[in-house]
Every structure is written in C-alpha cells, then in structure tokens.
Design a protein. Structure first.
Length: 137
C-alpha cells in the first residue's frame, strides 16, 4: 500500500468518525469504537510489516486506548451482569495480547485481537439498536 493510499484511508476514517459521533445513538457509538479499534489494528499490521516500530507502537496504543477507555469503560456491570463481566475479561485479554504484540513485534497477537474484536462487532451489529443494551452504559 502506498503512502498516499494510507493517508487517504486515514483521512477517510478520521472524517467518518468526526462526522458520525454527534448524531450517533449509544448502539452506533459502540459500533464506532469497534471500527476504530479494528482500523488501528490494521494500521499496526501495516506498520509491523513495514518495520515502523514507533508507528506500530502508536497504532497499538490507540487500539488499547479504544478498548480500555471506550469499550471496557462503557460496560455497565449493574445492568449487564454476567455478560458485562465476561466482556470485561475479554477486553482485558485483548489488551494483554496487544501489549504482547507490541513487546515482541509479532503479528499473531494482532491477528487474534483483531479477530476477537471483529466477532464482537459482528454480534453487536446484529443487535437491534432499538432494544436496550444492558451490558453497556
């Protein structure tokens, strides 16, 4: 992928996030968090392949921040019960795998984290936005 293509994708993703947040309902906001984390992991894989260690670290840090400060922080254990507790554990695991990926410079933990987040995103997409989302605040 060329540098220009990467910049175009980055600009597209950033514009989409900036324009989508003000009008998004809570269901859509969670989907946007998944999208952002998955996009950051895709960027981390590109940086890993290209040998860009600082860029890889920045992309992984962004994904961790989205998972920790977005997805995990928005869980509501009072309403979500066991589902929220299991998601919390899974998010902790994902962050641990991402830290491992950055420390060891390996693609496999990035792929695993991306796969887990993609599965969660697909499940969340299947939920009707009109229904209450108990696991999240």
């Amino acid at each position: 992928m060329t540098i220009a293509a990467r910049r175009a994708i980055s600009a597209y993703v950033q514009t989409g996030v900036e324009t989508g947040v003000p009008e998004a309902d809570p269901h859509r906001l969670v989907l946007m968090l998944f999208e952002g984390a998955i996009a950051a992991l895709a960027d981390a894989r590109v940086k890993l392949t290209g040998g860009d260690i600082p860029g890889r670290g920045k992309a992984i840090s962004k994904a961790i921040s989205i998972v920790e400060s977005g997805l995990r922080a928005s869980l509501d254990p009072g309403k979500g019960g066991e589902i929220a507790a299991r998601l919390d554990s899974l998010y902790q695991y994902i962050c641990a795998r991402l830290l491992d990926a950055n420390l060891r410079g390996q693609a496999q933990p990035l792929e695993e984290a991306s796969s887990l987040l993609t599965e969660l995103q697909e499940a969340w997409s299947g939920i009707n936005a009109a229904q209450p989302q108990a696991a999240y605040a």
